[in-house]
Design a binder for this molecule. Structure first.
Ligand code: 8YV
Length: 319
């Protein structure tokens, strides 16, 4: 049967799980970029002129220029919860709606923060690298001895959905005491008066604030010094939340004990000064990389587009 011509034209900037692509293809006239390369700002701008909806990801630069001078696109469906790569003010001014994918990736991202915590504390990355390089000479009592998490203090910075889930796992699963810091009160025990107080109280700090101007370089040398020489920093939020140069300096100078990172200020660039250190665990932005979560994210974007083009309320609208 020929497809009606009036179907909205939508672009997926990256390859999505097949089930999501198939569903979108059933509802819309879909442009798929199967080469799955990162788009440039100019390509995004052109896509906003040639499509009714652009389904973006964290790799797509959507600054003011993407919305400048009016666009054919009336909605950006972001595949991901973080929208710091999208100029929401410019979108609003241009009358373009923006949606995101909350909730469905909370557990996946929280689990990865805990994975990093354990990997750093138990020196799992060091051990794996040593073994693969053929350097393991056999068991010995003093080999790669790490630290336990039980009874230690976890400091959660940002008590949104993901921060709260990390706190729950740490408390219920590892017997950690949880302190937290957040712009607003979330009504749980352990609230600290300031970020400085949290950094000083915690053995492990996990970051769960959004990216963007408000949190840019929120963790600098003063915060890292307060965490102390045995302290561990975990970042699954956005790379820009941490001053990467200060982090490298703090690690070099022994001012903190280690770090577990999933995100970086200039992805996919990771400073060599971090890549060559044994006391850091580095993952390539895998927070939501769980099959079920990735399908749920795509379906959530599809729900948003269906509702939007049918003129219904969109539950996941952020602009
Ligand atoms: C996503 C994330 O996979 O949802 C987010 O904000 O950081 C990731 O886990 C990514 O943003 C895809 O756009």
């Amino acid at each position: 049967m020929p497809r009606p011509r009036s179907r909205p034209r939508i672009l997926l900037t990256r390859k999505w799980p097949s089930a999501c692509e198939a569903r979108l293809a059933g509802d819309f006239d879909v442009t798929l970029r199967q080469d799955d390369t990162q788009m440039t700002a100019a390509e995004i701008r052109a896509a906003m002129q040639s499509h009714d909806a652009v389904c973006a990801t964290v790799t797509d630069p959507m600054g003011a220029e993407a919305f400048a001078g009016g666009t054919r696109a009336r909605i950006v469906g972001n595949y991901g919860v973080g929208v710091n790569h999208i100029d929401l003010g410019a979108a609003r001014a241009a009358g373009v709606a923006v949606t995101n994918t909350p909730d469905c990736l909370t557990e996946a991202t929280a689990d990865l923060a805990v994975t990093l915590m354990l990997m750093v504390a138990r020196r799992a990355g060091e051990g794996e690298r040593e073994l693969r390089a053929g350097g393991w000479t056999g068991w010995r009592p003093t080999h790669l001895v790490g630290r336990g998490l039980r009874g230690k203090v976890l400091g959660v910075v940002g008590m949104g959905r993901i921060g709260r889930e990390v706190a729950r796992i740490a408390r219920d699963g590892f017997g950690m005491r949880v302190v937290w810091w957040n712009r607003s009160d979330v009504g749980m025990a352990g609230r600290m008066d300031s970020l400085a107080a949290l950094m000083a109280a915690a053995d492990v700090v996990s970051l769960h604030v959004p990216g963007g101007a408000e949190t840019d370089a929120m963790i600098g040398m003063a915060e890292l010094e307060a965490l102390g020489p045995a302290g561990i920093l975990i970042n699954t939020a956005r790379g820009t939340v941490v001053d990467e140069s200060a982090l490298v300096a703090a690690l070099r100078q022994g001012r903190i004990g280690g770090a577990g990172l999933d995100v970086y200020a200039r992805e996919p660039q990771v400073p060599e000064a971090l890549r060559t250190r044994e006391d850091v665990v580095l993952l390539p932005h895998l927070g939501s990389a769980v099959a079920e979560a990735r399908v749920a994210m795509g379906m959530m974007v599809a729900d948003a587009l269906d509702a939007f083009f049918a003129g219904r309320e969109v539950a996941t609208r952020v602009a």
